[in-house]
Design a protein around this ligand. Structure first.
Ligand code: HSE
Length: 431
């Protein structure tokens, strides 16, 4: 007879039922390899009569938080209900009562990660949340443990499956943004409110967690430039294709001597970069460490079994630890300034719709020059079937975000320019 470990599970939805299925599937193997008998004994759900995608026989299912929090026989608490309020209280109380916690909650980790990790340490307990970033792709443990020899100098990541799926469908199948969004919703990996996905907020939360794992500390959302994919259209993909770029929603962290830039936005990257080949709902993180050089992890960033795979690994990690359960290489906070979102620099592709009349290019170039923006190339072409309307594609050298925004706003006010104009950042060297 092995050691019995009893799990109290908050949430029996997509990830929770995936976890119950994986525990069942791996039962024998875990007993053989570690002598551990793992079982979910209690689950707390919002609707106890709802049909589940796993066997619930033997699990006491209720709506009472206290049924788990007050049960001294529960060895590990697993929080999969999402949100930050109830989840925060559940994690705090569990740690305070001397129980380790596994979570998949990115919002909770982004807002309270450092506080809860410190609390866990104080109570000599583990608090793990590998599934919060990248689903089944084990990036947090990689940063915490496998990369301890390294100072991470840069990170570029595709960490939202929904948007990567939408961008893949727009690029490869010519779907419109709305067609691709509808399809993504049907696939089931979007958030309950897909605005969080398409506006880049989900990726921003995950970047805040990654930054905390690289540099220590916490990262308020106001300090991270965040732009989603809702303004991308067919012309952007035509431009990208013509110039051998892919368009990806990237989360970027770039370290300079005393500063760090953190940003999330649609990005033009070379089609030859490994991140360009990450398709559909897959996630990937491309890292540069000063000892190891470049490495890339890729995997399914969402879905029942991939996410539950990371939750299960955290549980087994806790069960099999022989040393101090909260012992993790502590990430001491580095004294780096976060570059203000309006001060970050990049190359940009800018696009305007114009009246195709002499002199307009000169007027636009003058405004760009006034904002100290140096042009690398300009191409103008007539828009088919739109009388005298043209499109101007401009690529500019490294410029500041604020200068680009101010210049684009000023150009858009010219009488012979139509619409707001738009820009996409270009990332050349990602290493
Ligand atoms: N909505 C998220 C995504 C789910 O699409 O990546 C995983 O966090």
């Amino acid at each position: 007879m092995g050691k019995s470990i009893r799990i109290g599970l908050f949430g029996l939805g997509t990830v929770g039922s995936g976890l119950v299925n994986i525990i069942e599937r791996r039962k024998q193997r875990l007993m053989q390899s570690a002598g551990i008998e793992l079982s979910v004994v209690k689950a707390v759900v919002r609707n106890p009569t709802k049909k589940r995608s796993c066997e619930t026989e033997g699990i006491h299912v209720s709506t009472s938080y206290e049924s788990i929090l007050e049960d001294k026989e529960i060895d590990i608490v697993v929080e999969l209900i999402g949100g930050t309020e109830d989840a925060y209280r559940i994690v705090r109380r569990s740690l305070e009562s001397g129980r380790p916690v596994v979570s998949a909650n990115k919002a909770l980790l982004a807002e309270h990660g450092q506080e809860l990790t410190t609390l866990a340490r104080t109570h000599n307990q583990a608090f793990f949340a590998e599934a919060a970033v990248g689903g089944g792709m084990p990036i947090l443990k990689t940063l915490r443990e496998s990369m301890v020899a390294n100072r991470i100098t840069s990170l570029a990541a595709i960490i939202n499956g929904t948007t990567n799926f939408i961008l893949t469908k727009m690029a490869e199948e010519g779907l419109s943004y709305y067609e691709a969004l509808k399809l993504a919703g049907e696939m089931g990996f979007a958030e309950a409110d897909p605005t969080l996905d398409v506006e880049g907020i989900d990726a921003q939360q995950k970047l805040r967690i990654l930054a905390a794992h690289i540099l220590g500390g916490t990262y308020p959302k106001g300090e991270i430039l965040c732009e989603g994919i809702t303004r991308l259209d067919e012309h952007d993909f035509t431009f990208a294709k013509k110039h051998n770029y892919a368009i990806k929603l990237l989360a970027l962290a770039q370290r300079f001597e005393n500063d760090i830039e953190l940003r999330v936005h649609p990005t033009l990257i070379s089609k030859l970069h490994p991140l360009a080949s990450v398709r559909n709902e897959f996630n990937a993180v491309f890292l540069n460490g000063d000892a190891v050089g470049e490495i890339m992890l890729a995997g399914r960033g969402a879905g029942s079994f991939p996410t539950a795979s990371a939750v299960y690994a955290d549980i087994v990690d806790i069960c099999t630890r022989t040393q101090n359960p909260s012992a993790e290489p502590e990430i001491s906070q580095e004294a780096l300034n976060i570059v203000h979102p309006m001060e970050v620099t990049s190359e940009y592709y800018i696009c305007f719709t114009i009246d195709d009349k002499p002199g307009i290019i000169g007027e636009i170039a003058t405004i760009l020059g006034k904002h100290k923006i140096s042009v690398s190339s300009i191409t103008a072409e007539l828009i088919p079937n739109a009388e005298d309307l043209g499109r101007l594609d401009i690529i500019v050298h490294q410029s500041k975000e604020k200068a680009i925004r101010d210049a684009v706003r000023e150009v858009a006010e010219l009488p012979r320019v139509h619409g707001e104009g738009k820009f996409i950042r270009i990332q050349r060297g990602l290493s």
